[in-house]
Design a protein around this ligand. Structure first.
Ligand code: AMP
Length: 221
């Protein structure tokens, strides 16, 4: 386990776009005092800042395609290097390919750490499409859903009062592209981690509370 040397756990959340990795990952991070590292959020922040990396990544993101592995791995390596060493981490949306998973192993082993557990959130495709189309996010990372978890005031974050964002890549055609990329490219990661005895499957179709309870038990169990 990653905590064997006294360092915090390293948990990876796997699952299709829309399954709740972001919502659950933010909460898990807050609850356990771990860093929540979402490569999607890091890329969107880079775009917002107008960096060359952000502009380049947006071309892939807008098409629902994956950003090249070397770009993502460098981004994660830099982010981890800037964090306090040994802090627990929950990864959301990374790794997304087997080469990224191997690269993560190398980066972690350099720090004497390893992935502790991988939680696969599972839900049927029709549930995912409904969730994604209703998703709205706050600039502070809180994610709402107009169908299942609406804000108190339409289009406005309960916590910060800022306008909520409807991501460009949450459009239906891009969503279908993302789901198919996920099946083909990210699917093999399940076998990769299962073979290492790290995989726990979590039912992602219940309400947010039920999924969170199951996920927390899988992470800590
Ligand atoms: P997400 O917010 O995790 O749904 O990611 C949004 C988009 O960012 C994805 O559709 C990809 O284009 C890109 N992206 C995020 N994480 C990764 C990753 N680990 N590898 C490649 N592309 C990524």
């Amino acid at each position: 386990m990653g905590a064997a040397n006294g360092a915090g756990e390293i948990v990876v959340l796997l699952g299709s776009p829309g399954v709740g990795k972001g919502t659950q990952g933010v909460r898990l991070g807050r609850d356990l005092g771990w860093a929540h590292v979402s490569t999607g959020d890091l890329l969107r922040a880079a775009l917002e800042e107008g960096t060359a990396l952000g502009t380049e990544a947006a071309r892939y993101m807008d098409a629902g395609e994956l950003v090249p592995d070397d770009v993502i791995v460098d981004l994660v390596r830099e982010h981890l290097a800037a964090m306090s060493p040994g802090r627990g981490v929950v990864f959301d949306g990374f790794p997304r390919t087997v080469p990224q998973a191997r690269a993560l192993d190398r980066v972690l082993s350099g720090a004497g750490r390893s992935v502790s557990r991988v939680c696969l959130l599972e839900a049927r495709e029709e549930v995912l499409v409904k969730r994604i189309s209703g998703r709205r996010s706050s600039p502070n990372g809180r994610v709402y859903n107009v169908h299942f978890d609406p804000p108190m005031r339409d289009g406005v974050c309960d916590e910060t009062g800022e306008p909520l964002i409807h991501r460009a890549d949450d459009r239906p055609d891009t969503v279908r592209a993302r789901l198919s990329v996920h099946r083909e490219v990210t699917g093999p990661l399940v076998g990769f981690y299962e073979a290492r005895g790290l995989l726990a499957r979590v039912d992602g179709e219940g309400d947010i509370e039920a999924v969170y309870r199951a996920l927390r038990a899988a992470v800590l169990g």
